[in-house]
Every structure is written in structure tokens, then in C-alpha cells.
Design a protein around this ligand. Structure first.
Ligand code: I3S
Length: 124
């Protein structure tokens, strides 16, 4: 529907492919499982989709998961992985994700954009 599309277009801040692994759920540590994820920053949330390349073409494009950025903590976390360019996001509910890209400029853009959203939400 057109109005929903307009809302999404207005609030869509960024989208792209990053490597992702969840490392904690509600404060409980999880085993790493890196995989490419299509990451969309819309409104106050990061929404994760399966890598479109690893999927059979389908009109069903429900997100795999999402996280609310309100109150979230963002920090570089190169100590948590042998990969380069890794940052960690922690939600208020204790879910933790690592996001990574081989491309320095790309990961820096994501870090700065997410940080701006978190700071904006902190001021509200
Ligand atoms: O922090 P870890 O345990 O060294 O993370 C590595 C493991 O998750 C590994 O899988 P196994 O649990 O099957 O060994 C992954 O393949 C690696 O990618 C993880 O380390 P990096 O350094 O890539 O985040």
C-alpha cells in the first residue's frame, strides 16, 4: 500500500549486507554462528533479513529478527573476534550481536549511523 511505502521510505536510514552473529540472548551467552545478513535500519530498529543471494526467489521476505535501538549500547569489539572491523550491539534486554564487514568505510558508516540513532533516542 502506498502510504506504508511512503512511511518506510521516509524512515529508511540505511540498508546493506553485513556479516552477523548473535552472541547473547537475554544475557545468556550463545555460540557464534556468523552469516551474511541484509541489515536495514528503519526508524528505531535494526531489522535483519537472510542474505538475498542465499535464498530462493520468493515474495515472502519476512525479517529473520530485529532489534530496538532505544537504550542500546554500541562499541567496537575487535577483541571478540579474529575478524577485522567488528562492532557489538547490546539491547536493553540483553541481546548481543556482532556485525562485521571487510570494507573499512562501510563498517565505519554503519557504526556512525547507528550511533547517531542511539544518541537521538537517548535525547528523546
Ligand atoms: O569466539 P570463538 O569461539 O573463537 O568464535 C569462533 C567460533 O564460533 C567458530 O565456530 P566453532 O564454534 O564451530 O568453532 C567460528 O567458525 C568462528 O568464525 C568464530 O570466530 P571468529 O573469530 O570468526 O569470530
Amino acid at each position: 500500500d502506498v502510504s506504508m511505502c511512503n512511511v518506510l521510505l521516509q524512515e529508511l536510514e540505511k540498508a546493506g549486507l553485513l556479516n552477523k552473529t548473535k552472541i547473547a540472548e537475554g544475557g545468556r551467552k550463545l555460540r557464534k554462528n556468523w552469516s551474511p545478513s541484509w541489515v536495514v535500519l528503519v526508524g528505531n530498529s535494526l531489522v535483519f533479513f537472510k542474505d538475498p543471494k542465499s535464498q530462493t526467489p520468493s515474495r515472502n521476505s519476512r525479517p529473520e529478527s530485529s532489534m530496538d535501538l532505544r537504550g542500546a549500547q554500541l562499541q567496537w569489539a575487535n577483541d571478540l573476534s579474529s575478524k577485522k572491523n567488528v562492532f557489538k550491539l547490546r539491547t536493553v534486554t540483553g541481546n548481543e550481536f556482532l556485525l562485521q564487514s571487510e570494507t573499512d568505510s562501510l563498517i565505519n558508516e554503519w557504526f556512525n549511523t547507528i550511533q547517531n540513532v542511539i544518541e537521538r533516542l537517548d535525547r528523546e
